[in-house]
Design a protein around this ligand. Structure first.
Ligand SMILES: C[S@@+](CC[C@H](N)C(=O)[O-])C[C@H]1O[C@@H](n2cnc3c(N)ncnc32)[C@H](O)[C@@H]1O
Length: 248
């Protein structure tokens, strides 16, 4: 069985590479994770991409995501268990609903190499040894790239480095001296706790028709960011945001 992990960009149906669009055409069966969080729109975005960019026949199998504790005591253990449960769920679908001579496609949000577990899950399926497969990865436009493009930003300052981290790890990054930081996976706007002078370039639901952008001195623009998060959530039923923080 051939498996293709195809980066589909962060939400806009036309933000795929030409190689990704060609890869879509080679797929017989798409497996789409249903996160089961009332965000049908995330499945709809993937279906829209298939409607626009594929012409041949294919099947779509929506695989319910195993439940997950979002605030576990031991984050690493919880994520490992969740990956194992996802691997088992996909393994069953592959064994029961896909033939050996078919090509399977995973539509991976953004880029598969940035804060996404699909590569790890496919590796797990391989380790379990019940499904024989070969896989490749097609890169996608990440939310970080889209943020930079929308704000017409160079993410690094001249000769400097960038830390890419999560809301959960933002404090640790700052304690370690980072002063140019891209933050993803931050449902709680961890930057609102920061001390000192920072500029922020923020974006939510980037690439969609309802994207929101705010930039400026952090303390001045926090109320606008909070209001924009609510607008984005109301417009689509979900909000995902990414931002660059730079110390003044
Ligand atoms: C699980 S990570 C997936 C990242 C994805 N693989 C990528 O390349 O962008 C989810 C996080 O990515 C960011 N993200 C994904 N899509 C986004 C979008 N359309 N607009 C803004 N941020 C987005 C948010 O920080 C979100 O919490």
């Amino acid at each position: 069985m051939r498996v293709r992990l195809i980066g589909i960009g962060p939400g806009g149906p036309d933000d795929l590479t030409v190689a990704a669009v060609r890869a879509l055409e080679s797929v017989d069966v798409f497996l789409v994770a249903d996160k089961n969080r009332g965000v049908d729109d995330l499945v709809d975005v993937r279906e829209d991409i298939l409607r626009r960019h594929t012409f041949g026949a294919h099947r779509v199998i929506v695989v319910p995501d195993p439940p997950r504790d979002r605030n576990p005591e031991r984050y690493g253990d919880e994520v490992r268990d969740w990956h194992a449960a996802r691997a088992a769920a996909y393994e069953s679908v592959l064994l029961e609903q896909v033939r050996d001579d078919e090509t399977v496609g995973f539509l991976v949000w953004g880029d598969p190499g940035l804060y996404d577990s699909t590569i790890r899950i496919v590796d797990r399926i391989l380790e379990r040894g019940r499904v024989r497969l070969d896989y490749d990865v097609l890169p996608g436009v990440s939310s970080v790239q889209m943020l930079a493009a929308r704000h017409r930003l160079v993410l690094n300052t001249v000769g400097s480095s960038i830390l890419v981290t999560t809301g959960r790890r933002l404090g640790t990054g700052i304690e370690a001296g980072a002063d140019n930081i891209v933050v993803v996976l931050d449902g709680g706007l961890a930057c609102s706790e920061l001390r000192g002078q920072w500029n922020i370039w923020w974006g939510a639901n980037l690439g969609t028709d309802d994207e929101e952008l705010v930039a400026g001195p952090l303390t001045d623009v926090l109320p606008s960011i909070r209001a924009a998060r609510i607008r984005a959530k109301n417009a689509r039923g979900w909000v995902m945001d990414t931002y660059l923080l730079r110390r003044c």
